[in-house]
Every structure is written in C-alpha cells, then in structure tokens.
Design a protein. Structure first.
Length: 163
C-alpha cells in the first residue's frame, strides 16, 4: 500500500496512559510561560498519531474556576472580548540523534509520506520511546479555529485534528 494514501486513526490518550503526562507537560510549557502558574488546563482531547500529538483544552484558574486574563499580556484583548478560554498545541517527536530509521534514510520521500499520514511503520501502537517532543505551534484563547491551517503549515496529518 502506498503510505501516502494510508488511513490512520489518532490514538485518544487518557490520563495514566504511557506518555500522557510528558505530552501534557510539553504542550503546557508555552501556556505557563505566558500566563504563569495561575492557569491550568482542563484537557478535552490529547490525541497522538505516530510522532504527532494534538492537545485541545479549556483554560482554568488554579482553583478550577474560569481563568481571568487580568494581569497577563492578553488582558486588553480579553477586556474587548477577543479571547476565548481555549488552548491548543501541536507537538512533534524528534528522534534521538542515534535513532536513525534506515528505511527512511534509504527512501526519504516514502518516509515523509508515511510520517505525514501518521503511519508508524513497525510501531506496535505504544508510546514511542526516546526522542524529544517539541511544540510546533499553539494558540492561547483563539477566537476562531486557529489550528485549521496547521496540517499545511507543519505537514501534520489532518486526521490528528479531526477534520
């Protein structure tokens, strides 16, 4: 089967799953950096497809109530009604330097198509070991579907986003 046309389904991760805490911590780093520790994330979705992950959640105050943007860089926009309580992040796993996929090195176009489709090759469906997860893009309080263009911008699998 041509990997460019493979159908892949994201794995819906739950608290307690291998890698869930790592992905959530990584995805939340930009949020904490911009809003501080007074914010938490009520996760609606944390989906993984191969070396890709997508997080969608609702911002909450540290006590669990509605988050208030007052005192943050987004305070003026929030006062004008321009901020929602949504947070989204796109993550990608970069393999360790010594973790070279020989098949990918021999056929980079096929490997790229397999990765874009979310096909994991020999992966048994478990959380991939090693590597480093990084945030490629995120949106704090978007007023629209800020992640609509991420599949094209980042060559991420469309299925990861649910569209």
């Amino acid at each position: 089967m041509n990997p460019a046309f493979a159908q892949a389904t994201p794995r819906q991760m739950q608290a307690g799953d291998d890698g869930y805490a790592l992905l959530l911590e990584t995805a939340g780093a930009p949020l904490q950096a911009r809003l501080g520790h007074a914010v938490s994330l009520d996760v609606e979705r944390l989906d993984r497809l191969g070396n890709w992950a997508f997080v969608l959640g609702t911002l909450r105050a540290a006590g669990g109530g509605r988050f208030d943007y007052q005192g943050t860089p987004f305070a003026a926009a929030a006062a004008q009604g321009g901020m929602s309580d949504v947070y989204v992040a796109l993550l990608r796993r970069e393999p360790d330097a010594g973790d070279v996929d020989q098949a990918a090195a021999a056929a980079p176009a096929e490997a790229a198509a397999r990765d874009q489709a979310g096909v994991e090759g020999a992966d048994d469906g478990g959380f991939p070991p090693g590597g480093r997860w990084t945030v490629l893009d995120f949106a704090i309080g978007p007023g629209d579907v800020a992640w609509l263009g991420w599949p094209q911008e980042h060559a991420a699998p469309r299925a990861l986003f649910g569209f």
